[in-house]
Design a protein around this ligand. Structure first.
Ligand SMILES: [Zn+2]
Length: 264
């Protein structure tokens, strides 16, 4: 922020940015202390008349500017899945955890920015929470419990045409469980997962068919697929899927012994 303010000193907004510099710094500090929670971090009505001066920092940063370099570094990430939902693929937008429309003063604050996939972004839009639940979304930097698996699926019989139920993983605290539920709901992850699981289950049946034909141990191989999918995160969709398969004794027995359906 100090560098951004210093860069503004030659322009028409020099006085404005100098005047708000200390409060801006204080507000970013409050963001960090409040872990970005929309329940704790305040909007800043006094800067509303200068909102575009902040938004332009994000929307049209000069090449080589302080904020331009920050944004370019974030966009040059090498992630292979979305930090918000765990779906495979390089996330190609940047999300403002607290939306820049209501929190323009955090529009180039690195704590408030992270890569996100298009599907998540489309569902998240400008949402943060509502009167009942002031916070809808997991914060990828502050909610450190997401380093562990926070979503789990159950695969329910009949196993030739199973149903899938996605929910927060066991072992979370009650507030964490409620937050994960809201996150799943508000990003439309349940619907997106359903399609993924149906397709992945078809692949699983084909795979097991080949393992059995080759005389290989089904469970041993599925465990190895699960462990492979846990990197870089156990919240990757494939890991959530294989973890559910391997943790389901009835399904494992079916995959080992039963006649698999012909449509595989
Ligand atoms: Zn996503």
């Amino acid at each position: 922020m100090d560098d951004v303010v210093a860069e503004r000193q030659g322009g028409k907004n020099a006085g404005f940015f100098t005047g708000i510099a200390q409060e801006w710094r204080d507000r970013v500090q409050a963001y960090i202390e409040g872990a970005g929670s929309p329940a704790l971090v305040q909007t800043w009505p006094d800067i509303e008349h200068k909102k575009n001066s902040f938004l332009n920092l994000y929307l049209s940063p000069a090449d080589g500017s302080v904020q331009g370099n920050v944004l370019a570094a974030m966009r040059a990430h090498e992630l292979s899945l979305c930090p918000a939902c765990g779906e495979a693929g390089a996330p190609n937008t940047l999300d403002h955890y607290l939306p820049k429309g209501r929190f323009p003063h955090f529009c180039v604050t690195p704590y408030n920015l992270f890569p996100m996939c298009d599907a998540c972004q489309t569902n998240k839009k400008e949402k943060t929470g509502d009167a009942v639940d002031p916070r809808f979304f997991l914060h990828p930097y502050f909610d450190v419990f997401v380093a562990n698996q926070v979503i789990a699926v159950s695969v329910d019989p009949p196993f030739d045409a199973p149903t899938f139920d996605l929910a927060p993983a066991a072992g979370l605290t009650a507030p964490q469980t409620a937050l994960v539920s809201r996150h799943l709901r508000e990003l439309g992850i349940l619907q997106r997962y359903a399609r993924f699981f149906r397709n992945e289950y078809q692949r699983l049946l084909r795979l097991v068919d080949r393992l059995r034909a080759a005389g290989l141990d089904v469970e041993e191989h599925l465990i190895s697929f699960r462990d492979h999918a846990a990197v870089p995160t156990s919240n990757a969709w494939q890991h959530v899927f294989y973890a559910a398969v391997v943790a389901n004794p009835g399904l494992l027995a079916y995959l080992r012994n039963d006649n698999l359906p012909p449509y595989r």
